[in-house]
Design a protein around this ligand. Sequence first.
Ligand SMILES: CC(C)(COP(=O)(O)OP(=O)(O)OC[C@H]1O[C@@H](n2cnc3c(N)ncnc32)[C@H](O)[C@@H]1OP(=O)(O)O)[C@@H](O)C(=O)NCCC(=O)NCCSC(=O)C[C@H](O)C(=O)O
Ligand code: MG
Length: 276
Amino acid sequence: MTDRPFRSVLYIPGSKQRALDKAATLPVDAIIFDLEDAVAPDEKTAARDTLRAALQQDYGPRYKLVRVNGLDTEWGADDVAAFADAACDALLLPKVNGPDDIAAVKAAKPVWAMMETAEGILNAAAIARAAGGLVLGTNDLAKELGCATSADRMPMMTALQTCLLAARAAGIPCIDGVFNAFKDEDGLAYECKQGRALGMDGKTLIHPAQVATTNAAFAPTDEEVDLARRQIAAFDEAIAAGQGVAVLDGRIVENLHVDTARRTLAKLEAIQSLES
Ligand SMILES: CC(C)(COP(=O)(O)OP(=O)(O)OC[C@H]1O[C@@H](n2cnc3c(N)ncnc32)[C@H](O)[C@@H]1OP(=O)(O)O)[C@@H](O)C(=O)NCCC(=O)NCCSC(=O)C[C@H](O)C(=O)O
Ligand SMILES: [Mg+2]
C-alpha cells in the first residue's frame, strides 16, 4: 500500500507529439510513456528521440514511467540504454515472466512490471519483491489465457487477485488494466468500482476522456472521509476513558480500523497536495 496517489495512470504513445504535449495539462497522477504496443515497428527508433526530447518538458508532480520494449525484441536493449538516465521516475517492462527479467534491466531507477503473461502471474510474488510496482496488462492476459472478456472479469479474477496479493505482500502499488471502450463511461465506472473494491491503487487509461471518472472512483469519498474522522475521534475518546475499543454507529472500532482511517486521510491529503 502506498500513500502516493496512482488513481489515474495514462498511456501515451511515445511517438505522438500532440498527445505528449497534452499530457502535461491533464490531471492524471501518473503517465506511462509507451514505446511498446502503442508505437508501430517502423516508428520505434524515432519514438525514442521524440520521447527523450518530450521528457525535457515539465510534467509537474505526475509520476513518469517509460514502458520500454521487451529485452527479447530488437528494440528493448536500446530503449533501456536511452531511458536509464532520462528524466523519468521508473521504467516499465512488458510481459515480465519472472524476477530475472527485472534484474536484467540495468537502470539506476525502479523497474515496474507489466503482469500480463500466465508465467508472470504464477511468479507474481517473486516479481513483486523485485519490482517498483505492478501494472496489469489485461489485454495480453486475456489473449494468453484464451479467456472471455466479460464485464465482470470473472475469467481473470484469479490473476487480478494474485497480483494484488503479491503487491501488498511486497508493499508496492498495483495498478489495474485498461478499459478499451474509451467512449463507454458507464462501463469504465463499473470496472473502476470493481478495481477499487479489489484493492487496486488505480487504473491504467488510454484516453483523456477516462481521467475524471477514474480519479473520482479511486479517491476516498466524502462518506469515507467523514467515517474515518469520526472513527479516529471515537477511538481517541475511548482510549482517554481507559477503553481499548470504541463503538461507533453500532460497530466496534479497534486500532486496526484506526490505521485504515488514518490511511484514508493520508490518501486524501496526498491527492489534495497533488492537485494544489
Ligand atoms: C485511442 C486513441 C488512438 C484515440 O486517439 P484520437 O482519435 O486522437 O482521440 P481523440 O481525437 O479523441 O483525442 C482527443 C485529444 O486527446 C489527445 N489524446 C488522445 N489520446 C491521448 C492519450 N492517450 N494521452 C494524451 N492525449 C491523448 C489527442 O491528441 C487529442 O488532442 P488535441 O488534438 O490536442 O485535442 C488514442 O487515445 C491513443 O493512442 N491512446 C493510447 C493507446 C495506447 O497507448 N495503447 C497502448 C497501451 S494499452 C496496453 O497496451 C495495455 C497492456 O499492455 C495490455 O496488454 O492490456
Ligand atoms: Mg500488453
